[in-house]
Write a protein that binds this ligand. Structure first.
Ligand SMILES: [Zn+2]
Length: 282
């Protein structure tokens, strides 16, 4: 894994943060991939290198691509220079107020705390409202970003039922010993967790449909691309439009089919069963 350490500036309030960008990454260990595009990797969390974040100072979401990037030496040179432009001077004063340790250590040590620690307790529950907020508040969301946010939104709603084992199965999976198996407090908490997730899935059902319909619209614009075709097969099938999904599958050329053999063959099986369930590809 190759990382680049940068300092970035929040485009809304100008607060500076240290940020690491992933330059290259080779896959080790197994990853589990699902028909809706979600891949779970054992070594790298999907939340480690998201293209957007949330500013702790102004509470706005921002995309790293929109941030002014500042190297640490730039900040030091600002501090050591005598002829600082007034605009930069304000920035430096503000910066030092927010990051007093910089003067001593000479580097920026303020990482963004997003997703927040408490999100991990139930990631979809906490991150879905953020995706909704980004869609509602951004008036200049371009097509790629809208696809990214809507795809993540759809995958996280699916997360509520992704491992839709019953509570007893879940309990067995997470019981590390006989003692914990007979710990009924754990069993009760697994039943409650599973129950609450199914409830949340129901609550988001309408949003899920609207979101998938909009994604379908966005992918129709580039239907000639292989990725768009695969995404549309899944979206239409998840929407219960089985005839439409079958039509796209039947229209695939030999190369598209070969590249996505597992996905296409399984999708067709599910379409013929009129099943809109997400499934594991590997
Ligand atoms: Zn900000």
């Amino acid at each position: 894994m190759q990382l680049e350490m940068l300092s970035v500036e929040c485009p809304h309030c100008k607060k500076w943060y240290s940020h690491s960008e992933l330059l290259s990454y080779s896959t080790f260990g197994s990853s589990e991939c699902w028909s809706d595009g979600k891949c779970v990797n054992n070594n790298l969390s999907e939340y480690s290198f998201m293209p957007f974040s949330k500013c702790e100072k102004c509470n706005n979401f921002f995309w790293f691509d929109d941030c002014r990037k500042i190297a640490d030496y730039e900040i030091s040179s600002y501090l050591n220079s005598n002829d600082v432009e007034p605009e930069n001077l304000i920035l430096i004063v503000d910066f030092l107020k927010d990051n007093p340790e910089f003067k001593i250590k000479g580097n920026l040590d303020v990482s963004l705390d997003y997703p927040h620690v408490y999100y991990w307790e139930n990631m979809p529950k906490y991150i879905i409202p953020d995706y909704i907020s980004i869609l509602e508040k951004s008036n200049n969301l371009n097509r790629d970003r809208e696809i990214y946010i809507r795809t993540k939104l759809s995958q996280h709603i699916n997360d509520f039922v992704r491992n839709s084992q019953n509570s007893l199965k879940l309990h067995i999976k997470y019981s590390r010993s006989i003692k914990s198996f007979f710990n009924f407090k754990h069993l009760k908490s697994h039943i409650k967790f599973s129950f609450n997730n199914k409830k949340l899935y129901k609550e988001y059902e309408q949003l899920r449909t609207i979101n998938l319909m909009r994604l379908s619209e966005l992918y129709q614009e580039t239907i000639d691309y292989e990725d768009s075709k695969m995404s549309l097969i899944e979206i239409e099938r998840e929407l219960g439009n089985f005839e439409k999904a079958k039509f796209i599958i039947n229209g695939l050329d030999r190369i598209d089919k070969q590249h996505n053999k597992n996905f296409v063959e399984s999708s067709l099986k599910y379409v013929l069963k009129n099943s809109a369930k997400i499934f594991k590809i590997r």
